[in-house]
Design a protein around this ligand. Sequence first.
Ligand code: ADP
Length: 379
Amino acid sequence: MNSEISFIKSIKFKLAIWYSTLLFIFSIGFVFILNIIAVKYIENQPAFPQPVGMFRRGAIVREITETERLLLHEARMKDLENFRELSFYSIIPIVLLSFVGGYVIADRNLSPLEKLNAEMRRRNVGDLSTSIEFKDRGDEISELMNSFNAMSERIHRTFESQKEFVENVSHEIKTPLAIIQANLDSALEDKKISRDELEDILNESKKSVKTMNHLTEDLLLLSVLQHDIAKEKVSIKDILDSCASDVKKIANGFEININSNGKDVMVYGNSMLLSRAISNILENAVKYSGGRIITVKVGSSDQKDVVISIADDGVGIPKEQRKKIFERFYRLDKGRSRKEGGRGLGLAITSEIIKNHGGSIKVVDSEKGAEFEIRLESA
Ligand code: ADP
């Protein structure tokens, strides 16, 4: 592919040609009109000499002879001829100058585009984060440069998060795979392995396979959540009640109070996914908070929004970590999280589910423990 744009095909050349062609057409028209005016002017001149200069006041005006009239007419026609030639020939340097001027102006204004083109050819994944330096003149080209820089930055961030994601997934898979590998090796090497030992090895391997299965399911769910999902009118009260009764089964001694002020609120959503989102928060409170009481409140900020607050009375979440806990694979206490079977994907899934429903989720300030606030549009 030829990377250099030929001079004749360049926009600079085309613009310069357009300027000069237009100027040529206008000049021809202008000179043509000027010549018509000049002819009319000369034709309307009286056929006798006008008194001029210092003799003007006292000049004696007399009738001119026929020879003088003819000479005068000839001189005027000659002047007219000269004027016509001069005016038509003057168009040539004007058009040439307009071509050069137009080319220089176009070159100056289009130079950022050449820079942009060179950068687009040169750039690869490694240097997407650096912005192209240019003088912002507030015009369309500056706008294009700004858009390119913003797009480049967005792609850079996407690449970075994808890279991080792949690293995290590989890291999560590495441990169960290593366990399975070690188990298989010892089972194969030990020729006198007993039935019980073999069963232990297989059970341990099964646990690792289960971990990888869960991880794959979570990753698939995260991927599905990037698309639109089927929704219908669902009751928040029903979802909360079923989540609370499920979580109570694993919440030894935990008290779960639901306060919905006796009224039921409806949202457009997918009840299975909303249940998953709320269960994640309730289960986390049981696993990580170290508290004893979970309080769930349902209200509405106005007619439009349903606000669900889920609070525990445990250790809470430090302010600086409150956004990060919604990131994929982010865990506050890695050891504890792993022990609880966590992969740091629970709240990322919750957040994606809520986003998919057009809502928002955040950790808000509370007197004690952690308080999650979910906002959804009411149906
Ligand atoms: P996992 O899937 O590993 O359980 P999550 O994404 O659900 O991870 O949660 C991220 C981190 O947030 C957890 O590692 C935990 O340390 C912290 N966390 C979540 N909920 C609470 C809570 N109610 N109290 C204290 N820490 C919490």
